[in-house]
Design a protein around this ligand. Structure first.
Ligand code: PMM
Length: 288
């Protein structure tokens, strides 16, 4: 792999020689793009296995929608949704990531076989999260997050979005390191769409090299997000619905992989699995 695109591995996870594909299973009635579709354990496990068949390297299981304005599910309900799905997929040999802001859900998911904790709050929502992850020695995704969005997107004001996201992620990484998580287990993520509008998301995708300079593997989660709807609609048009944004998502996957992302998180895996393989082949040609 060329020096420019040097991709670091994450300790505790398998090593892929290309950008990894993280497939999404939202066990929720109300997620942004696929809410309600896998809201039952059997259907959710089946869907996760289907994503693996399609080429997912790992499967991210979440029981709480992070859609702006979504009300939080209570802890018991989140556990009820997530744990059987994590256990079911892990028992089939799937590398499972748990998408949660709650330390209890992270802890029980790790006990049920999850390999990675993906916290969209980067450890901010629950003070017990970092100790739980550190004690378990689990890899941890630290996403850029400016808080819950009840009452509108008041936190999405930036002068220089790339610089601010880099600085704020750097501060979170320091806090996570102080909390005892090993440096080679930390993944960073710009949090596309979280307190960010389409221009911010595009600027972050254009600035992935600056995020990579944080020195941690980078996860990019653009799948079906609002900014893709805006791009596809053009200035006057109506954005296509979330499920018609998969080709655009795969295009972002190719771009992110080409720039050195460690993984991309997507709802529809097939096209992205092809995209990351093409990006890998291009990298391979450069090495010759
Ligand atoms: N976005 C969503 C959920 N989980 N996790 C990470 N690490 N990064 C993200 O950007 C992210 C996430 C929201 O998307 P969905 O509800 O459509 O899956």
């Amino acid at each position: 792999m060329s020096k420019q695109n040097q991709r670091s591995d994450v300790a505790g996870l398998p090593v892929w020689d290309r950008c990894a594909v993280m497939g999404v299973v939202n066990v929720t009635p109300d997620s942004f793009s696929d809410g309600g579709r896998w809201f039952d354990t059997t259907a959710a496990v089946k869907h996760g296995l289907h994503l693996v068949d399609e080429g997912a390297d790992l499967v991210d299981v979440g029981g709480e929608s992070t859609r702006p304005g979504a009300t939080r599910v209570d802890e018991a309900e989140e556990l009820r949704r997530v744990i059987p799905v994590v256990r079911g997929l892990a028992s089939e040999g799937v590398v499972v990531s748990v998408d949660t802001m709650r330390s209890s859900v992270a802890e029980q998911s790790l006990a049920a076989g999850a390999a990675l904790v993906n916290d969209v709050s980067g450890g901010l929502a629950d003070p017990a999260m970092i100790p739980v992850v550190a004690d378990a020695g689990a890899p941890f995704v630290v996403m850029h997050w400016r808080g819950f969005l009840e009452g509108g997107n008041v936190t999405g004001v930036y002068e220089d979005v790339v610089r601010e996201v880099v600085d704020e992620l750097h501060a979170r990484v320091e806090a996570v390191l102080d909390g005892g998580v090993a440096p080679d287990r930390i993944v960073v993520d710009p949090g596309l769409g979280f307190s960010k509008d389409a221009e911010h998301d595009l600027a972050l995708l254009a600035g992935l090299d600056r995020l990579l300079r944080l020195g941690h593997p980078l996860l990019v989660a653009a799948s079906r997000k609002r900014f893709l709807g805006r791009v596809l609609a053009g200035p006057e048009g109506a954005p296509p619905p979330a499920r018609e944004r998969d080709a655009a998502t795969a295009a972002v996957s190719a771009l992110a992989a080409h720039q050195g992302a460690w993984a991309v998180r997507v709802h529809e895996v097939r096209a992205t699995a092809d995209a990351v393989r093409v990006a890998r082949a291009v990298e391979g040609a450069r090495e010759l």
